[in-house]
Design a protein around this ligand. Structure first.
Ligand SMILES: Nc1nc2c(c(=O)[nH]1)N[C@H]1C(S)=C(S)[C@@H](COP(=O)(O)O)O[C@H]1N2
Ligand SMILES: [Mo]
Length: 207
């Protein structure tokens, strides 16, 4: 599940079937949302420990404690962008500030226009998982998810939701946008988990 230790980019092992393109492609479904800081908030809802919701304004969210990680980025359409330096707010920091009910096992990450992706709580808490605001020292551009995008470097990039507006803690797994449309529920690129027909029974959400 985790990538091999740091090696030089030349000759480094990529997940099966992946290649390194020129540049950083922009890929998403639908239009790029306009950021309106006064209307923006980040909500934590669903199975919270308190039973209530948490919300941060843009200024509050942008002032949360920050983390950095260097990681590759793997799209299921087979491009891999190596060595991105991501900076942002760790999933684990959100869990500390807005704790889930202990029964919560999964997180649905929600974006503008209703895009969503489900991940396991362990993916959300993994080292490297964060709501990124910067890549390689620069603010994200609108087409790459400004003001924040999730980054889950150890999973295929459709789980790295752009334009995130909130998360839902779940006590039962449920498919997100692409997971409902034939993509793998777990999405580990090292195991080439591309499509839902490849899922083992224990990798699918309950009926
Ligand atoms: N909100 C949203 N996030 C999204 C998507 C999308 O359609 N909407 N597409 C995903 C897919 S399939 C990929 S490969 C990456 C691409 O990120 P990039 O455009 O920054 O390369 O964003 C992911 N995040
Ligand atoms: Mo993708």
């Amino acid at each position: 599940m985790s990538p091999p230790p740091e090696e030089p980019t030349e000759g480094r092992r990529l997940p099966p079937g992946q290649y390194v393109p020129r540049g950083w492609p922009v890929l998403h479904y639908g239009p790029v949302p306009k950021f309106r800081p006064a209307d923006w908030d980040f909500r934590v809802f669903g199975a919270t420990a308190s039973g209530g919701q948490h919300a941060w304004t843009w200024d509050e969210f942008d002032a949360l404690p920050r983390t950095r990680a260097i990681a590759d980025f793997h799209c299921v359409t087979k491009f891999t962008i190596p060595d991105n330096e991501w900076e942002g707010v760790a999933g684990s920091a959100i869990v500390e500030l807005a704790p889930p009910d202990p029964a919560a096992t999964h997180v649905m990450v929600w974006a503008e226009y209703g895009y969503s992706a489900n991940i396991r709580m362990l993916d959300f808490l993994a080292e490297g998982t964060m709501f990124a605001t910067h890549r390689n020292g620069e603010r994200l551009t609108p087409d790459h998810g400004f003001p924040i995008r999730l980054v889950v470097p150890h999973l295929y990039a459709w789980k790295s939701v752009k334009w995130v507006r909130g998360i839902e803690y779940m006590v039962k797994d449920r498919r997100g946008f692409w997971e409902e449309r034939g993509y793998h529920n777990v999405a580990d690129p090292w195991r080439e988990q591309r499509y839902s027909y490849q899922e083992d029974a224990d990798e699918s959400p309950p009926p």
